[in-house]
Design a protein around this ligand. Structure first.
Ligand SMILES: *Cc1c(COP(=O)(O)O)cnc(C)c1O
Length: 398
């Protein structure tokens, strides 16, 4: 059973024997040229033309009015939570099935993570689970949602678009509006993913993206915060640049800020990568279509596909095993055969630092944790793919 799957994966990557990674970066454009520009100009650090250009490109791609470039996605999320108003000791609702950075960023903001279940099909936060948790445990007090049991304000909600599949974000946004809970999307994995024509990360107060080496496009390390709120954008940029007040020569800082701004070197790489985003997305969607056809006849695996009305970037292709008992064997056999596969993350509430956090019922997260495996998903330079005319463009700017 496995050897046939591994053979198929090797055939789509035109790679009969060498190691096939889960997700390798692809540098097929102006990367070297733009990097050389930064060195020639001496502007390699956090001031430079590419940083501004990167922010403009992120606005164009996502349709958000403002983008702030940061050194990575984790701190973009930290910054987003701070500017969204999370205060020490307040609660932030998120999903237990996520990369640890989501929960860590909440901790960095001195917030307390609270976990609600995911949907099985999107692997992202379940609006029903969110609603049920709030109805059971929250009440409105002074215009804010407060956890009745802990007395703490519920200061933000952070759903995550797992592996680039948009979660049911419109429904989540409506629930957050009803409870006056700021919505901050962890869109680290979903650059190029849309729900009903609107880019992920733009449904709430703020959204964050990552440009780490394993993501859809990379600049070595980098992140972005996007928002439509001018005041929030201004404060995020101010805090990300040591809260320095502009002055001809004096060092004036008006609050405790951070050194979070993306260097021009990384921004140069990011600009070159974003120029290729439509091509990379088309290439990845072609790979996903081939996987989808292959696994459609299989009784042992379900290939995860985008929901109707959504457009996934297929960052990491995902199969769900019918029989959870074979997961470890599949992981061992494939990795030993140099075809890289990975299980989904351990649930956050099972990690020592988050084991005491409050949570709702987590049936779907537990079910997925035992069954989800990611399979090789890199851009394939040999694939010949027709570009869809609207790939990577924002169809809705608001
Ligand atoms: C990658 C990732 C992050 C963090 O991004 P970095 O740039 O690596 O700090 C945050 N959340 C999720 C879900 C991620 O996958």
């Amino acid at each position: 059973m496995y050897s046939e799957v591994l053979h198929f994966i090797r055939s789509v990557f035109h790679e009969p024997e060498e190691f096939i990674p889960l997700h390798a970066p692809y540098f097929g454009g102006n990367e070297k040229k733009y990097l050389a520009d930064t060195i020639d100009s001496t502007f390699v650090s956090s001031v430079g033309a590419y940083v501004n250009r990167f922010e403009e490109m992120m606005c164009a791609i996502t349709g958000a009015r403002y983008a702030i470039a940061t050194t990575n996605g984790t701190i973009a999320l930290h910054l987003a939570l701070v500017v969204a108003g999370v205060k020490p000791g307040e609660e932030v609702i998120t999903q237990p099935l996520t990369f640890v950075a989501t929960a860590n960023a909440i901790s960095h903001a001195n917030g307390i993570p609270v976990f609600v279940d995911v949907d099985r099909d999107t692997m992202g936060m379940s609006p029903e689970a969110l609603r049920a948790f709030l109805e059971a445990h929250a009440e409105m007090s002074g215009g804010f949602a407060v956890n009745k049991h802990t007395g703490r304000r519920i200061a933000a909600c952070v759903p995550m678009h797992t592996f680039g599949f948009p979660c049911r974000i419109e429904k989540i946004a409506a629930i957050c509006t009803q409870w006056n809970i700021p919505l901050v999307e962890d869109a680290a994995e979903s650059l190029g993913s849309y729900s009903n024509g609107r880019h992920t990360g733009t449904f709430g107060l703020a959204g964050v993206f990552s440009f780490n080496g394993n993501k859809t496009v990379t600049c070595g390390g980098g992140g972005a915060l996007v928002t439509n709120d001018p005041g929030l954008a201004e404060r995020a940029k101010h805090l990300s640049t040591t809260a320095k007040v502009p002055h001809a020569y004096e060092f004036v800082h008006d609050e405790v800020g951070y050194n979070y701004r993306m260097p021009n070197l990384n921004a140069a790489l990011a600009c070159a990568q974003l120029e290729q985003l439509p091509e990379i997305l088309a290439n990845k969607r072609d790979l996903a279509a081939q996987y989808g056809r292959y696994f459609s006849g299989s009784g042992n695996f379900t290939f995860v596909s985008e929901l109707p009305g959504t457009n996934a970037n297929y960052w990491l292709n995902t199969i769900v095993l019918e029989n959870a008992a074979v997961r470890d064997e599949l992981l061992q056999v494939s990795n030993a055969a140099k075809v890289m596969t990975r299980p989904i993350w351990q649930l956050m509430n099972k990690l020592p630092m988050y084991s005491q956090c409050m949570r709702g019922p987590l049936e779907n997260a537990l079910w997925l944790e035992e069954r989800v495996v990611n399979i090789p998903s890199s851009y394939r330079p040999h694939a010949s793919v027709a570009l869809p005319s609207n790939a990577g463009t924002a169809e809705n700017t608001n």
